[in-house]
Write a new protein. Structure first.
Length: 174
């Protein structure tokens, strides 16, 4: 049976209460004034969000944070909510836990949710097609390393490391 609790969450370091709303252990949000289930949206990162209002204003809140606060407890300092199954839309209380940022990232890497290799690295400057284009340009003696670096908005050192085989080796057959 679905359980419901009043909405409150830590928002920018402050406890914010939403007396007219409740969150369920399945991630649904209900408006107590009209009884309706609230419409949700998605952030650019794929998390489910909902817009709630109170006397202080209008807030866009991540649903997993509401569920965790209501059914696990307030988020300890330095921790964040992790989806155990890695699916950002599964905001069930039993699927959420608090982890440090580094353990959350490790969980994502271990479960194939993010990659830290080559073009898939979170700080990669290139797409795979860029890598092949750079190698093609570098094989042309009339094109300088400066020209290539300018075209891709990176340093000459980045191009030297790429062409020299010191970076982006994985999965490209380089």
């Amino acid at each position: 049976m679905e359980r419901w609790r009043r909405c409150k969450v830590i928002y920018k370091g402050e406890l914010v209460r939403f007396f007219n709303y409740a969150i369920s252990d399945t991630g649904r949000v209900r408006n107590f004034i009209n009884g309706n289930i609230m419409n949700t949206g998605h952030t650019k990162y794929g998390y489910v969000s909902v817009t709630l209002t109170n006397d202080c204003g209008c807030y866009s809140i991540l649903v997993h944070r509401l569920v965790a606060h209501a059914f696990i407890g307030p988020c300890p300092e330095g921790m964040e909510v992790n989806h155990e199954d890695g699916i950002k839309s599964h905001n069930y209380a039993k699927n959420l836990e608090y982890k440090s940022h580094s353990l959350n990232i490790k969980h994502a890497i271990d479960n194939g949710l993010i990659s830290q290799i080559g073009c898939n690295h979170t700080q990669s400057k290139f797409k795979e097609s860029d890598i092949f284009e750079i190698f093609e340009l570098a094989s042309n003696p009339r094109i300088t390393t400066d020209d290539i670096a300018d075209k891709f908005g990176v340093s000459k050192r980045t191009i030297y490391r790429l062409v020299g085989g010191h970076s982006y080796q994985h999965g490209l057959g380089v």
